[in-house]
Ligand binder design. Structure first.
Ligand code: ZN
Length: 270
C-alpha cells in the first residue's frame, strides 16, 4: 500500500513491502480478541455468504447478484461508520472524507488473485495465495472469505493511514501489527473458532505495547503521525529509558518479536 499513486513505480522491494502490508492469514490458533464494538449481524453475514456460494456455483440470479452488490456496499459503508465511531476522534477529517468518497473493490477469489498478479508482478503465486486484501489508495478485497468484515476494516484502516509518516518510521511489521490491533476493535468478535487470525505475532506485540502506553496513544500515532507519533515515542522512552523506542522499532523490523516484547516490559537495560 503506501506507495499508492502510479507515478511511484513499484520496484521489487516495494512489491514485497506491499505483500507484507497486504493482509496475511497466518496459520495459528485463535485467541479471541476483546470485543469492543459489537458484531455485524449474523443474518447479514449469512446472507452475503449464501449469495457468494451461489455465485461460485454459478447459480446466482441477476436479482441476487444485485442484492449482493448492495450488501457488500453496505458492509463497506458500515465498516467506515464503525471505524468513525471507534476512532473518529483521532482521524483527521480529510482522511475520513477521502476514504468515504471511494468504495472498496470486492473481487471473487480468482479475480482477486488475478488483480494481485497484475498489480504486483513480482509476487509469486505462493505469496499471493494467502493475501486476502490490499490497499493502494483504494482498498481491494477477496470477498470469498469468512472474515470479510474484518478484512475490510483492516484495509480501510490502511487507507486512512496512507499519508501518515508513522508507517515509514516504524516499518512494515509494526505497522501491520498496529493495523490489525485497531481492526480487532472495529469488529471485536469476528474471530471464529478454529479459523486463522491475521498477523498473530505482530499484533500480540502491539497488545503488549498498548498495555504500556495506552491504546489512545497508538491510535493517535497511527492516524495522525507527526507530533502524535513523537508523543508515543517520548512516552515510551520516558518509561523505559532513552533509546528504548528505537531499539523496539529495530527489533520489530528484524522480526525479533520476543525481543520487542522484552523491551516493552523491561526497557533496553534488561
Ligand atoms: Zn495489512
Amino acid at each position: 500500500m503506501a506507495k499508492g499513486c502510479m507515478k511511484h513505480r513499484l520496484n521489487r522491494m516495494a512489491a514485497i513491502s506491499v505483500l507484507v502490508s497486504a493482509l496475511f492469514i497466518a496459520a495459528q490458533a485463535v485467541t479471541g480478541p476483546p470485543a469492543v464494538a459489537g458484531a455485524v449481524s449474523k443474518t447479514f453475514r449469512q446472507s452475503i455468504a449464501r449469495k457468494l456460494g451461489k455465485a461460485q456455483a454459478g447459480t446466482l440470479s441477476k436479482a441476487e447478484a444485485a442484492a449482493l452488490r448492495r450488501e457488500l456496499m453496505k458492509l463497506d459503508k458500515d465498516t467506515l461508520d464503525r471505524i468513525a465511531r471507534v476512532y473518529g476522534k483521532y482521524i483527521p477529517e480529510n482522511s475520513m472524507r477521502a476514504a468515504r468518497s471511494v468504495s472498496t473493490r470486492f473481487y471473487s477469489h480468482d479475480a482477486y488473485q488475478a488483480h494481485l498478479k497484475k498489480m504486483y508482478p513480482d509476487m509469486t503465486a505462493a505469496q499471493r495465495k494467502d493475501v486476502t486484501g490490499n490497499t493502494e489508495m483504494l482498498t481491494y478485497v477477496d470477498k470469498n472469505q469468512p472474515l470479510l468484515p474484518r478484512v475490510v476494516a483492516h484495509e480501510r484502516l490502511h487507507q486512512l493511514s496512507e499519508f501518515v509518516d508513522t508507517k515509514r518510521k516504524v516499518g512494515m511489521n509494526l505497522h501491520e501489527g498496529m493495523t490489525e490491533f485497531l481492526a480487532r476493535r472495529v469488529y471485536g468478535d469476528m474471530s471464529i473458532k478454529g479459523l486463522p487470525i491475521p498477523y498473530p505475532r505482530k499484533t500480540e506485540v502491539v497488545e503488549v505495547l498498548a498495555a504500556r502506553v495506552g491504546k489512545e496513544r497508538i491510535a493517535k500515532a497511527y492516524f495522525r503521525g507527526g507530533k502524535s507519533f513523537q508523543v508515543l515515542k517520548e512516552d515510551f522512552d520516558e518509561q523505559l529509558g532513552r533509546g528504548a523506542f528505537d531499539a523496539f522499532v529495530e527489533a520489530m523490523k528484524k522480526e525479533r518479536y520476543g525481543d520487542a516484547i522484552k523491551i516493552i516490559k523491561r526497557g533496553v537495560l534488561y
